[in-house]
Design a protein around this ligand. Structure first.
Ligand SMILES: Cc1cc2nc3c(=O)[nH]c(=O)nc-3n(C[C@H](O)[C@H](O)[C@H](O)COP(=O)(O)O)c2cc1C
Length: 396
């Protein structure tokens, strides 16, 4: 299992198993001199932690971050050396897995790990557990701090858009959603009436010993132009890799995505438009005309490079694999058996997936920014407004 590291300039390695001593991350490549806001990292952990409501697993983890290295103890300033963040597991109950640990959970990672390694951490799913994402959320919170220090307008926001067949896409204005609105309801859907229906759907599935899946929408505003590399490390390709590496995430679409073919090219294209300088956004580039598009079917990325419009995408998460009703399965001894799973599980992973998706977005963006800075310097041409004085368009 060699691939536990994500990123190129801002490299995050996650470690730890669900029922081991702890989980966390090592971040290599964090710029020195940043005042690490530990309270903000802890706040991000609180949004991800289990036991938040009746809609999530009752496993009760405090998820308190310990900073083991890379930060000056008295000032909290990053040193430029590897930063190790640790969270100790406190409420793992491995006995819940004793009776059935030879049986593979349908649609979980048990069989794959066993087939690959011949051994697996059967208590709690090991690295396949969503506890692995503790390290991503901690590193993502730091990444977001670095990004917003440089790009003060940046707002990364995700929310639950759909649970099973209840879909809120038509009633939500993405540009108006804030984290406060998202967190106002335990489903993390920012439309209260639809959120109430989603909650009932999740609780009904839980009562039946079943589970449900859905969509998370990701929307990042105030992004600079120019992030992402032209060929293999396109910004959309990096986001797709990051998102599809999340447990239970089965798809990602950007902008018009799979519904793009409903339109013709003329209907689908995003017309460019130079917007006049604005003073209301607090952006460093606000004193120059800004390239925009009048629609955003591209989801903020063209040619693998951010165009300055919001990143707008949707992720699909499957129904939780571990359900508490008996299911047909097979064990590691060659027998076809019935599985009666036990333990504490999320009847729907969507509400807790929201801060994880935001963290993954921040990890991709900070890596792209540091790579851009290393190759081109900062600021770079696209932040200066019209690029070519001769023949370039005039501000509107
Ligand atoms: C926030 C979150 C919580 C999750 N909680 C559970 C859970 O309680 N039980 C479970 O079986 N799977 C849970 N999962 C999903 C599994 O980790 C995942 O399905 C498993 O690793 C198999 O990987 P795959 O679904 O990507 O193929 C959760 C995923 C996320 C993102």
């Amino acid at each position: 299992m060699a691939a536990n590291t994500f990123g190129d300039a801002f490299r995050v390695t996650t470690f730890g198993e669900s029922h081991g001593v702890g989980v966390g991350c090592v971040i290599d490549g964090c710029p020195p001199g940043h005042h690490l806001d530990l309270a903000a990292i802890q706040a991000a952990m609180a949004r991800r932690r289990p036991g938040q409501s009746a809609l999530t697993t009752p496993r009760d983890e405090e998820d308190r971050i310990e900073v083991l290295s890379g930060v000056e103890a008295d000032t909290g300033v990053t040193l430029g050396t590897p930063i190790c963040l640790l969270v100790r597991n406190q409420d793992a109950r491995s006995s819940a897995y004793d009776e059935w640990h030879h049986i593979y959970r349908p649609s979980h990672a048990d069989f794959g790990y066993d087939a690959k390694f011949g051994v697996r951490a059967w208590q709690g799913g090991g690295r396949a557990s969503a506890r692995e994402t503790v390290g991503r959320v901690a590193a993502g919170a730091l990444a977001e701090q670095l990004l917003t220090a440089r790009f003060p307008d940046l707002r990364i926001c995700a929310w639950v858009e759909r649970v099973h067949r209840i879909d809120a896409a038509a009633v939500i204005d993405p540009g108006a959603v804030t984290r406060a609105l998202v967190d106002a309801h335990p489903t993390r859907c920012p439309h209260p009436a639809t959120a109430a229906q989603m909650e009932a759907e999740i609780l009904a599935a839980k009562k039946r010993g079943d589970s449900v899946g859905g969509y998370v929408r990701i929307y990042a505003q105030g992004l600079p132009v120019g992030l992402g590399e032209p060929v293999f490390d396109k910004l959309d390709a990096l986001l797709a890799q990051g998102f599809l590496s999340l447990p239970a995430c089965k798809g990602f679409e950007l902008g018009s995505g799979f519904s793009g073919p409903d339109l013709t090219g003329l209907e689908h294209n995003d017309p460019y438009h130079w917007a006049p300088p604005t003073s209301d956004v607090g952006r460093r580039t606000s004193d120059v005309p800004k390239m925009t598009t009048t629609t955003n079917r591209s989801g903020g990325i063209q040619g693998g490079i951010s165009n300055g419009m919001p990143i707008d995408g949707r992720l699909v998460f499957k129904p939780t694999a571990t359900v508490l009703k008996p299911q047909a399965s097979a064990d590691d001894g060659g027998n076809n058996v019935e599985l009666q799973a036990k333990g504490r599980h999320d009847p729907c992973v969507l509400p807790r997936a929201v801060p994880i998706v935001e963290a993954m977005t921040a990890l991709v963006l900070v890596d792209c920014w540091l790579r851009q800075r290393a190759q081109v310097g900062d600021p770079w041409p696209g932040l200066r407004g019209p690029l070519h004085a001769d023949g370039g368009p005039s501000p509107a």
